[in-house]
Write a protein that binds this ligand. Structure first.
Ligand code: EPZ
Length: 422
C-alpha cells in the first residue's frame, strides 16, 4: 500500500488552486438517475470517491464519459436498481442513489452501508423519511430493499436530526413525487444548495434553497443539464490551515470564502488574519498563534470535516484549548497518531484538550479516515525530520493531487510503495 514520506520544516508560499467539491459532486452524480437525458457535470475533482460513484451508476445501467475534467452521464431508461455491497461498502455516500432510484424506477436495492472509522453512521433518518413519501422499505440479507409501485407522494417531514445526505436523498426523491413535499430541519450545507440548483435547472420546483425548510412541488419528469459543481470548501479550509501552520504567504484561489466564515472567524481569534478576496483567500505568515477552542456544528457552524486539521494547528498554538466534536461519536482517531509525533492532547468524552506549542518529531503514523489523514499530512509539514504516513488511500478518496499541490507550494512529500507484504 502506498505511503507518503514527508520532509518536515519546508515553508509554504505561492498559490494553490482548489478543485470541485467532492460532497457536491456525489449527490449531483446520483441525481443523474432522475432523467433519461444526458447530464454533464463539470469541475468534478479527480478523486476516488467520484470514480466509485460512477461505478455505481454504471452498475445501475448508466454510461459515464470523461472529457476535459467533465463527466457526462446518461442514466437512460433502464430498470436496474441494485447497488451492490462490494461498491457501497467502499463508499457510504452510495446511499445517495436510494432516493433517485425510488423516484425514477420505483424500486431500489442498496446495500446497507456499514459503519466507518468516525462512527456508526446509521441511515435510519433517510429510511424513515422515504417511508413518509410512500415507499415500503425492509432489510434483506444486508440490503435495503425499497419499493414504491404506485410512485411516491408528497408529505410534510421534519428531520429529527440534521442530516446532509438525508436531506439530499429526500430532496431528490421529492422532485418526482406526486404533490407537495415540505422538508423541515434540513441541512444547510452549500453542497445541498448546489444540488438543489442543479435540480431546478433540470426542471424541478424547489423553494427555500439555502434555508432549513425546503418545499418541493413534484413534476412529471426532469430534463438533462450541464452543471458545474461548487469549489470544495473543506479542501480550501485544509490549505488555509496548512498555510497558517507552515506558510510564508499563501493564496488559496478558485474557492468560495463565504463557505468558510466559521473557520475564518476561529482563525481570526487565534491570530491568523486571513484576507478575503473575490474567489480567493490570502493567508499571511503567522507570527503568534493563540490556542482557541471550538465546537463543531452543522453549517454554517465550524465544519466537522475541518476538526482534525484544526486540531493539528492547535498543537502549535500558545496555550491550552478544547476542541469539541459534536457531530460524530468517534472522530478523534488522529489524536493517537498525533501523540506519536509528540503532540500533547488528552481526549475527554467528546472533547480533545490540546496543549501547545509542542515540537513534533517525525515518525511512522497511520491514516484512519479521509480528514484524519489530511491532519497527519499537515503535522508532517512541521514535524522535525521525516514523517511516514501509511494508508494514504484514505487521502486519495477526497483530495485531488494533494502532494502535487503542496509540493508546488514548497513542501517535500514523496509518494512511494514499500513493496509487497509491507
Ligand atoms: C456528510 O455525511 C458528509 N459526506 C460528511 O463528509 C460530513 O462529515 C457530514 O455530512 C457532516 O457534515 C457527504 O456529504 C458525502 P450526516 P453524512 O447524515 O450525510 C447522524 C467527508 O469527510 N445520522 O449529516 O453521512 C450521523 O451518525 C465526509 O467528506 C443518523 O443518526 O452525515 C451523524 O452523527 C465524512 N441517522 C450526524 O447524524 C441518519 O440517518 C450527521 O450525519 C443520518 C445521520
Amino acid at each position: 500500500m502506498e505511503r507518503f514520506r514527508i520532509v518536515g520544516g519546508r515553508r509554504l508560499r505561492g498559490e494553490v488552486t482548489i478543485s470541485g467539491a467532492k460532497n457536491a459532486a456525489l449527490p449531483c452524480l446520483a441525481a443523474t438517475l432522475l432523467t433519461r437525458e444526458p447530464v454533464t457535470l463539470s469541475n468534478l475533482p479527480r478523486v476516488r470517491d467520484i470514480l466509485t460513484m460512477e461505478k455505481v451508476l454504471v452498475t445501475l445501467g448508466a454510461t459515464c464519459h470523461h472529457e476535459n475534467g467533465s463527466t457526462s452521464v446518461l442514466a437512460g431508461d433502464v430498470s436496474a436498481f441494485h447497488a451492490p455491497y462490494e461498491l457501497v461498502s467502499t463508499m457510504r455516500a452510495s446511499i445517495l442513489v436510494l432516493g433517485p432510484l425510488l423516484a425514477s424506477r420505483r424500486r431500489a436495492r442498496v446495500a446497507l452501508p456499514g459503519g466507518c472509522a468516525i462512527g456508526a453512521r446509521p441511515v435510519d433518518l433517510h429510511l424513515a423519511a422515504l417511508a413518509r413519501l410512500g415507499a415500503r422499505l425492509f432489510l434483506e440479507h444486508g440490503d435495503i430493499v425499497a419499493e414504491a409501485p404506485y410512485g411516491l407522494h408528497g408529505a410534510d417531514i421534519t428531520f429529527p436530526r440534521i442530516t446532509v445526505t438525508g436531506t439530499e436523498n429526500l430532496l431528490m426523491a421529492a422532485t418526482l413525487a406526486r404533490g407537495v413535499t415540505v422538508l423541515r430541519n434540513c441541512a444547510r450545507e452549500p453542497e445541498v444548495a448546489d444540488l438543489a440548483r442543479m435540480l431546478v435547472a433540470m426542471g424541478a420546483r424547489i423553494q427555500g434553497i439555502g434555508s432549513d425548510t425546503l418545499e418541493i412541488h413534484g413534476v412529471e419528469g426532469l430534463a438533462g443539464v450541464h452543471h458545474r459543481v461548487i469549489p470544495d470548501r473543506i479542501e480550501a479550509g485544509t490549505y488555509v490551515i496548512a498555510a497558517a501552520l507552515a506558510g510564508d504567504g499563501v493564496r488559496v484561489r478558485a474557492c468560495e470564502p463565504a463557505h468558510l466564515t466559521a473557520l475564518l472567524a476561529t482563525l481570526g481569534e487565534a491570530g491568523v488574519a486571513v484576507e478575503v478576496g473575490e474567489g480567493f483567500l490570502y493567508v499571511p505568515p503567522v507570527t503568534c498563534l493563540a490556542a482557541t477552542s471550538v465546537t463543531t456544528a452543522e453549517y454554517p457552524g465550524f465544519a466537522t470535516d475541518l476538526q482534525a486539521q484544526y486540531l493539528t494547528l492547535m498543537t502549535q498554538a500558545q496555550g491550552r484549548c478544547r476542541i469539541r466534536e459534536a457531530i460524530f461519536e468517534n472522530r478523534f482517531q488522529h489524536v493517537l497518531e498525533l501523540k506519536r509525533l509528540g503532540a500533547r492532547i488528552e481526549v475527554e468524552g467528546d472533547c480533545a484538550i490540546v496543549e501547545g506549542p509542542v515540537t513534533l518529531d517525525g515518525t511512522v503514523v497511520m491514516a484512519s479516515d479521509l480528514r484524519a489523514s489530511a491532519a497527519l499530512v499537515l503535522a508532517g509539514l512541521v514535524a522535525r525530520g521525516e514523517t511516514i504516513l501509511q494508508r494514504i488511500y484514505h487521502l486519495d478518496r477526497g483530495y485531488e493531487a494533494m502532494e502535487a499541490k503542496l509540493n508546488a507550494l514548497g513542501a517535500e512529500i514523496h509518494r512511494f510503495n514499500p513493496g509487497p507484504y509491507r
